[in-house]
Ligand binder design. Structure first.
Ligand code: NAD
Length: 257
C-alpha cells in the first residue's frame, strides 16, 4: 500500500487497547497526530484520552472492553468498523503491569497466575482474532504487540509478568507466519522500564532498583512514553511493510538481542 500523505498514518484506522492512561494513551495521541482515526479502548473509561485527541483536531472514539473476554473483543472490532469503516492497525497494549506487585514465585497464587495470563496473553490473542475478518478483507493489516525487556532478560520476583511477556514474543512470530500470506504484519515492541504516572508512583520501582535499571542502559536515563511511541508509529506505517515477526527492543540499550 502506498501512502502519499505527509502524515504517516493518514486514512488509517487504529485500535489501541489499554489506552485510558499510561503508554496506551500516549500511543493513541501520537497515532492520531500522524493522521489515524483511533479507537481508544480500556476496561476502565477512556474518555480523557479521546477528549485530548479530539481537542487537538484528531478523530477518536472510546470503547470500554475487557481484552480477556471474547464478546468484548468482537464488539470492539464491530464498533471500530461501524465508526470508521475498517481496521488497519491493532496495538495490543492492554496488560497487567503497573497494578502488579513484585513477589517470589511461591507467593504468586495460581489464581493470580491465571489472571495475568488471561489479560497479558489471551487478551492479545482474542483482540487479534477479532480484527482478522476486517484485515483479511482488506488484504492488509498491522498488529503490534507489547512485550517487555523482562520478557527477554527474565526478572526476579515477576515470574507471572515476565513469562507472559516472553509468550508475546513467541506469539508474534507464529502469528506473523500464519498471517503473512494475508498481508497482515505482526510485530512486537519490548520497552524497558518506562516512566508512566503509575510507574513513577509504584512502590517496587523506587530507589536502588530504579537506579540500577537505568544504570544498565547504554543510554543511561529514564525512558518516557514518547521514547517508545516512535517505534510503534514505524511498525504501524508502510515504512515497515517488509518487517514482520520481529521484536524491537526500546530500552536505551539494556537488552541487546
Ligand atoms: N511502563 C513500562 O515500564 C512498561 C515496560 C515494558 C512493557 N510495558 C507494557 O506496555 C503496556 C502498557 O504499559 P503501561 O505501563 O501503560 O501499563 P499499565 O499497567 O499502567 O496500563 C495498562 C492499561 O491496561 C488496562 N487494562 C488492564 N486490564 C485490562 C483488560 N482486562 N482489558 C482492557 N484493558 C485492561 C488498564 O486499565 C491500563 O489502562 C503493557 O502491556 C505493559 O506490560 C510497560
Amino acid at each position: 500500500m502506498t501512502n502519499t500523505s505527509s502524515k504517516q498514518l493518514d486514512g488509517r484506522v487504529a485500535i489501541i487497547t489499554g489506552a485510558a492512561g499510561g503508554l496506551g494513551a500516549i500511543f493513541a495521541g501520537v497515532l492520531a497526530r500522524e493522521g489515524a482515526a483511533v479507537v481508544v479502548s480500556d476496561i476502565i473509561p477512556c474518555d480523557g484520552t479521546v477528549e485530548t485527541i479530539v481537542q487537538a483536531g484528531g478523530q477518536a472514539i472510546c470503547v470500554t472492553a475487557d481484552v480477556s473476554t471474547e464478546a468484548d473483543m468482537t464488539a470492539l472490532a464491530r464498533a471500530a468498523e461501524e465508526a470508521f469503516g475498517g481496521i488497519d492497525i491493532l496495538i495490543n497494549n492492554a496488560g497487567l503491569f503497573a497494578n502488579l506487585r513484585m513477589m517470589g514465585m511461591e507467593e504468586i497464587s495460581p489464581d493470580l497466575w491465571d489472571k495475568v495470563m488471561a489479560v497479558n496473553v489471551k487478551g492479545p490473542y482474542l483482540a487479534t482474532r477479532a480484527v482478522l475478518p476486517a484485515m483479511r478483507r482488506a488484504g492488509y493489516g498491522k498488529v503490534i504487540h507489547l512485550s517487555s525487556g523482562m520478557g527477554i532478560k527474565g526478572a526476579v520476583d515477576y515470574l507471572h509478568y515476565a513469562t507472559s511477556k516472553s509468550a508475546i514474543i513467541g506469539m508474534t512470530r507464529s502469528m506473523a507466519r500464519e498471517l503473512g500470506p494475508s498481508g497482515i504484519r505482526v510485530n512486537c515492541v519490548a520497552p524497558g522500564l518506562t516512566d508512566t504516572d503509575a510507574i513513577r508512583n509504584h512502590g517496587d520501582w523506587q530507589g536502588d532498583r530504579r537506579a540500577n535499571n537505568i544504570a544498565g542502559r547504554a543510554i543511561s536515563r529514564a525512558a518516557m512514553p514518547e521514547d517508545i511511541a516512535g517505534t510503534v508509529v514505524y511498525l504501524a506505517s508502510t515504512a515497515s511493510d517488509f518487517v514482520t515477526g520481529q521484536t524491537v527492543v526500546v530500552d536505551g540499550g539494556s537488552a541487546m538481542v
